[in-house]
Design a protein around this ligand. Structure first.
Ligand code: PMP
Length: 392
């Protein structure tokens, strides 16, 4: 066996996957596992989007597209950002990517030097730790704390800035807390980004999954921010298209030119017929998104109420995404042990909060991207399991 490159030491397997694989193994053995660990919508992709892909294939759209993406999709994305997000982008300022995963990688590959520091949330979607490390840069965590409603604490964040800080990553609505950063928080953040001349990477993948009339603000729409922001977004979560692998980066032309140089050597371009379907998702997908959002909200409301009614268990009501970050501190065990216990005794798969960084210890993440009936069943099983655990 060959030794891997040294930089691979910074690239572990994801703990979320480990949990998912364990849950899947149990399921194969015939155990009725309820999957609340997965960050993947349970809905099928709306037919209108699938039909657009079939049509595109039938029309023979089977070749490479421009590295940047098709003109039609870049135009549709620019129009969407201008109309819905209040940031006037031109098609030249858009790069079509293979999901936000690639957008993250390309942004960091293009702009981070070894030794640069990147401010990232804690708890966090782990790509924001491991990708900078892969490029020899240093992720520096800022805390999202429950007592602060998981809003960014500006004093703490500013105290982490050094002369090496080059980039600030934000994710709103956020994984794993489901928090939507308020306009006030983002305004203050924008001031800091300008004061210290930081590049902002804004991951807006859960943008449309917001509840109770809340709207997620794009930081690039705030004064003086478009110039320094790479907005990452995609089709995976809102349109239920995780397997299609489609996303985009929006940024000033010179930044997009840098990203495309990375992208061309990894992916060349996103799949041609997938891009055609993406245009239809943007132009005709909204009613389907709104139906899914209504169902997520119904599930969220049930689960939040049920969790808060359990003895010693509590959670905030998340305003976005499809995650609930559940406080299990009163049990007094590490969250990894609690997640294992729930899987073994309640057959409910959850992700230990510690998998998302030190601030996640004492929490578990539940995804409500599974059916309402399953959530009702899972809550019943969890209540029993927690009661048993407390007795012992
Ligand atoms: N960003 C966040 C915050 C996520 O939670 C995920 C998926 N878990 C992604 C990006 C990945 O998005 P994509 O499928 O577009 O690569």
């Amino acid at each position: 066996m060959f030794n891997t490159a040294e930089r691979m030491d910074k690239l572990p397997f994801s703990e979320i996957r480990v949990m998912m694989e364990r849950a899947n193994r149990m399921q194969k053995e015939g155990i009725d596992v309820i999957h609340m660990e997965i960050g993947r919508p349970d809905f099928d992709t709306p037919d209108v989007i699938k039909d657009a892909a079939y049509k595109s294939l039938q029309e023979g759209h089977v070749f490479y597209t421009s590295n940047y993406g098709t003109p039609q999709l870049r135009a549709a994305i620019a129009e969407k950002l201008t109309k819905e997000n209040g940031v006037a982008y031109k098609p030249e300022e858009i790069l079509v990517t293979i999901g936000v995963g690639e957008g993250t990688y390309a942004s960091m590959a293009a702009f981070l030097n070894p030794g640069d520091e990147v401010l990232v949330p804690n708890p966090v979607w782990l790509n924001y730790i491991h990708v900078p490390e892969f490029f020899g840069a240093k992720p520096v965590s800022y805390s999202l704390k429950e007592e602060n409603d998981y809003q960014i604490d500006m004093d703490e964040l500013e105290s982490k800035i050094t002369d090496k800080t080059r980039m600030l990553v934000i994710n709103t609505p956020g994984n794993p807390t489901g928090t939507v950063q308020s306009r006030e928080t983002l305004m203050k953040l924008a001031d800091i980004a300008k004061k210290y001349d930081l590049i902002v990477v804004s991951d807006e993948i859960y943008e449309k999954l917001v509840y109770g009339g809340v709207k997620a603000v794009s930081i690039a729409s705030l004064p003086g921010m478009k110039e320094r922001t790479i907005t990452l977004n995609g089709f995976s979560k809102c349109y239920s298209m995780t397997g299609w692998r489609l996303g985009y980066a929006a940024a000033p032309v010179e930044m997009i030119q840098a990203l495309v140089r990375v992208h061309q050597y990894i992916n060349t371009c996103a799949a041609s017929f997938v891009q055609d379907a993406g245009v239809v998702a943007l132009r005709e997908g909204e009613p389907y998104v709104q139906k899914m959002v209504a169902e997520y909200e119904r599930r969220r409301n049930y689960a939040v109420k049920a969790l808060n009614a359990m003895d010693g268990i509590s959670c905030k009501t998340p305003e976005g995404a499809f995650y609930i970050f559940v406080n299990v501190k009163s049990i007094g065990l590490p969250s990894a042990q609690i997640a294992d216990y729930l899987l073994d005794h309640a057959h409910v798969a959850a992700v230990p909060g510690s998998a998302f960084g030190s601030e996640g210890e004492g929490y578990i993440r539940l995804s409500y991207a599974c059916s309402y009936e399953k959530i009702v069943e899972a809550m019943g099983r969890m209540e029993k399991a927690f009661a048993e655990l407390k007795k012992n």
